[in-house]
Design a protein around this ligand. Sequence first.
Ligand code: ATP
Length: 456
Amino acid sequence: MEDIISLSKRRGFVYPGSEIYGGMAGMYDYGPLGVELLNNLKAAWWKAHVYDRDDFYGLDSAIFKDPRVWEASGHTTGFSDPLAECKKCNTRIRVDKELERIGVKADEKMTEAELNELFDANRDKLPCPKCGNKDFGPVHAFNLLVKTNMGDFTGDATAEPVYLPGEACQGIYLNFKNVVDTTPARVPFGIAQIGKAFRNEISPRNFLFRTRELEQADTQYFVKPHENKEAYERVKQARWDWYVQMGIRPENLRFKQHDNLVFYASDAWDVEYNFPTYGFDELEGIHDRTDYDLTQHSKFSGTDLSYVDPQSGEKYIPWILETSVGMGRMFLAFLSDAYTVDEVNGEKRIYLKFPTALAPVKVAVSPLLKNKPELVDKAREVYTMLKKEFGAVMWDDNGNIGKRYRRQDEIGTPYCVVVDFDTLEGDTADTVTVRHRDTTEQQRVQISGLVNLIRG
Ligand code: ATP
């Protein structure tokens, strides 16, 4: 993971947030290559969940919501992680995660009393990560919602806060009726959204894995009450298949069922990814949420969110099957899976084995020599043509060809095109060398065939 973090910084994938001010815990900025990878992941996810489906609708809901939303959802009272504070240096730990780390089964859904009992039984194995002392205070539930003063011009500290979303999916529930009323959507159908969420994580850690600002790609699939089981299996399988289709190695994925369900859920599984160094951990949650969300919002808002079947006239609150993945965790999983080390001509080579659809740069174009105007002019022509087609094309004329290839390998560019003297005349006129990232093989290709070759 250290190598991946270092490459991310060095090559402009991910920078620590507010770095010039010394950094800010749990915040990261995506650099020029990172934003390309992030956008490609979002586009691939959107394609699979909106464009490739007849029964899905897209949404982009506002970040700020009526504060009652978070009461109805249970976040103001129940959205907490168990916290203990070191009495010596005030470092705060997230108790369930620390217990899990030493092999004790625990999770944030346990009661305060249960967690205190487990923590007390294991205190001798849990030194403070900062000062090493084993002198923590009691465990208490810490609410993760982030408060703001949006719309409050009174300066009154006791005024009801407007929260930042603790999870992005609430916007989907709020717009369920709007989507039914304004589209051909009929149960069963789904709504997909990629939206921001904010959590006052006690200990943001592990790079992009646990951040305080995150983006969640969510689908909520609305089904008839009790018609959830079969659909849930399909939703679960589809998410697994998507990861594998997008190039994640299946041996790095596994499903894990939740032992401890929230009171309203009827089933919950995580897709776990085998993160380097950290090991298997939650990548995505797949939850069978019954009718909880729409029932709660009907109750709290006073708006009936029942669905009326247009054929049978039957009226009911649909049940919801949810998939939710953090884009940062997805980014980290894809980056980790693509990170490959091999040996070429006795030299260690690092390359990112992204499928072309995800690669931040699709193709790099070089003139063999940068001081030969005839080569540069021709290479510019090829570059402009490819840039019009693919956008994410890089001009690279720095250093010798071998160095350029290594540089492109390290950012996952699948193709390098080189314009040489053979491009300019003779039988080989208007052909270029295309070098393939994974095999390092080179082939001679007509310039007119480049677009199709890269498109694959
Ligand atoms: P965890 O147990 O790791 O805190 P969670 O069970 O609270 O996660 P959910 O509320 O189910 O997570 O959120 C759905 C998804 O959002 C997670 O599977 C994960 O991909 C992502 N996610 C949640 N919290 C964070 C975070 N702090 N940073 C990055 N991604 C997150």
